[in-house]
Design a binder for this molecule. Structure first.
Ligand code: TYD
Length: 142
């Protein structure tokens, strides 16, 4: 895993004069089988959510309403993505550290995950994350 594996996904908009429709399918538009869906709303501009990495879960995040930003970190580099259109998502592989912030008042951040919820696979301490990633890079370079 490295930061370049985090990428924007653009979904087809099937709009007509009645409005817009975006359809996304697991193992197609989303690069994994979707096992869990949750959504985040009611967070304001000065809130930072996330602040964790996952040992097993991959995610796609979509602001289906409003806007937010996602800062991703692989222990070596960081990158900021703007989620500002309902047909744009960001794919996050396992082991990426993520902060979600700068939520607009109307932000509804839809999160699709490759795994069922397991609190034990969350890495919530940044120093522990850096240790894990140090080993990860050493193994990759071995
Ligand atoms: P948390 O991981 O802190 O949210 P965020 O990633 O946005 O910072 O989760 C908030 C609460 O919701 C926490 O008590 C765990 C619970 N939760 C579930 O029960 N299932 C889930 O799928 C998720 C993502 C969280």
């Amino acid at each position: 895993m490295n930061i370049e594996d985090c990428r924007l996904l653009e979904f087809p908009q099937r709009g007509d004069e009645r409005g817009h429709l975006v359809a996304i399918e697991g193992c197609g538009d989303i690069p994994f089988e979707i096992k869990r869906v949750f959504y985040i709303y009611g967070s304001d501009r000065n809130v930072v959510r996330g602040r964790h990495a996952n040992n097993n879960s991959e995610f796609v995040l979509i602001n289906v309403s409003g806007t937010s930003k996602v800062k991703v970190d692989d222990g070596r580099k960081t990158k900021i993505f703007d989620l500002d259109r309902p047909h744009i998502g960001i794919y996050l592989p396992r082991l990426v550290w993520k902060d979600m912030y700068d939520f607009s008042e109307d932000s509804v951040l839809l999160c699709l995950s490759s795994e069922h919820y397991d609190a034990g696979e969350y890495i919530r301490d940044y120093d522990s994350y850096l240790e894990i990633m140090k080993k990860h890079w050493e193994e990759e370079n071995a």
